[in-house]
Write a protein that binds this ligand. Structure first.
Ligand SMILES: [Zn+2]
Length: 141
């Protein structure tokens, strides 16, 4: 544990505390060291989907092969479908027979608003689930 702290693995710069893999996922951190940021900008910036080429902390290459992040399309598709289903269920539970046109507009509008979040989450899922370098240190879990 002390060795990990000395090397800086999984320790946030702000607090000095170690974070779990799930916290690192939610914060958009590198899956390897859980310290470096995966994304260049914030969710609300113009570069919301830009990913660093290498981890700023441990220098692991995020895009392990050309077109690696194309696989994130599948995660993005699943997230959009889940959003459509959840919003539709909520609308149909509030109102018995809502008009199809207004329901469609609401569902499409919410899906469009959540697009930046879906893009970031799909890239995070791609890195955390499918990346070959994803090896959590047992000491950090
Ligand atoms: Zn890293």
């Amino acid at each position: 544990m002390r060795l990990l702290e000395e090397s800086g693995i999984g320790i946030t710069e702000e607090t000095g505390n170690m974070i779990s893999g799930f916290q690192a996922f939610l914060k958009g951190k590198c899956p390897q060291c859980r310290t470096g940021n995966l994304f260049v900008g914030s969710l609300f910036s113009k570069k919301f989907r830009a990913v660093h080429t290498n981890c700023p902390h441990c220098h692991v290459k995020f895009e392990s092969e050309p077109g690696f992040f194309w696989g994130a399309m599948y995660f993005s598709y699943a997230l959009v479908v889940a959003t459509v289903i959840i919003v539709s269920v909520i609308i149909y539970s509030i109102q018995e027979e809502p008009p199809l046109m207004s329901t469609s507009i609401i569902v499409i509008g919410i899906s469009l608003i959540l697009t930046p979040l879906h893009l970031r989450l799909s890239r995070l899922l791609m890195v955390y689930i499918a990346a070959p370098y994803r090896k959590f240190k047992k000491e950090l879990v």
